[in-house]
Design a protein around this ligand. Structure first.
Ligand SMILES: [Zn+2]
Length: 217
């Protein structure tokens, strides 16, 4: 529901990109995770696919070596806030601090500032959108979300993505969680299958920046 009507909520947020080319962007939220992110990077390298990782500041702090690996293997790093707070409840200055402290940490780790921000839970308010743009970032959500954190089964994740995909889609998946131990094995398995199926249909896998670049935005 939310993903379907998202574009009506705000045109200040990127939901997908208009294109006739068979290209999509995989995005992975909440990482890095010490178990699943390396597995995912191995699959992406093996299949020669690029992706975008929306990282949490608190996890960047904990796993800087994995962040460096994401960057050095040519994937894009985005900002997903410092600790995944429910940002609509907070003041604009608090939101800006969450964004800017995470961007600074990413820059310190890999030498490059992220330019895309994905709000936690995909939720935002006009004040949050102001905080995002005042921090020099573009808000990116996405329209293809198979609800993988609920572990509906690998087949379900694959099926939900395949039934909704179209040229220019941004796919939302999770290689970690906001706190505590998580099991992302279904997501990891699904990604491998989805890449093969989409590639059979002629799709290529771009970073969010490359996808948005097609439109000259
Ligand atoms: Zn998240």
């Amino acid at each position: 529901m939310f993903e379907k009507y998202g574009h009506l909520i705000s045109n200040r947020v990127v939901w997908s990109v208009d294109t006739d080319e068979k290209v999509v962007a995989f995005t992975f939220d909440d990482g890095p995770n010490e178990t699943y992110t390396p597995q995912l990077l191995d699959i992406l390298a093996h299949k020669e696919a690029k992706a975008t990782f929306f990282l949490l500041g608190k996890h960047v702090e904990k796993y800087p070596e994995i962040v460096k690996r994401i960057h050095s293997e040519g994937h894009e790093i985005g900002n997903h806030s410092f600790k995944h707070s429910f940002l609509p409840l907070y003041t604009k200055s608090y939101v800006k601090r969450q964004i800017e402290s995470t961007s600074a940490l990413i820059e310190k780790t890999v030498g490059t500032m992220p330019i895309y921000f994905r709000p936690p839970m995909g939720l935002f308010t006009p004040s949050m959108l102001d905080a995002i743009s005042e921090s020099g970032m573009t808000a990116v959500v996405g329209e293809v979300y198979p609800r993988d954190p609920y572990n509906p089964g690998t087949d379900k994740i694959v099926e939900r993505v395949m039934s909704r995909i179209e040229p220019g889609s941004i796919i939302i998946l999770h290689d970690s969680g906001t706190f505590g131990k998580v099991d992302r094995s279904q997501t990891i398995e699904a990604v491998s299958i989805i890449i093969d199926r989409l590639r059979d249909q002629g799709y290529r896998f771009l970073t969010v920046r490359e996808l948005i670049g097609l439109n000259g935005r």
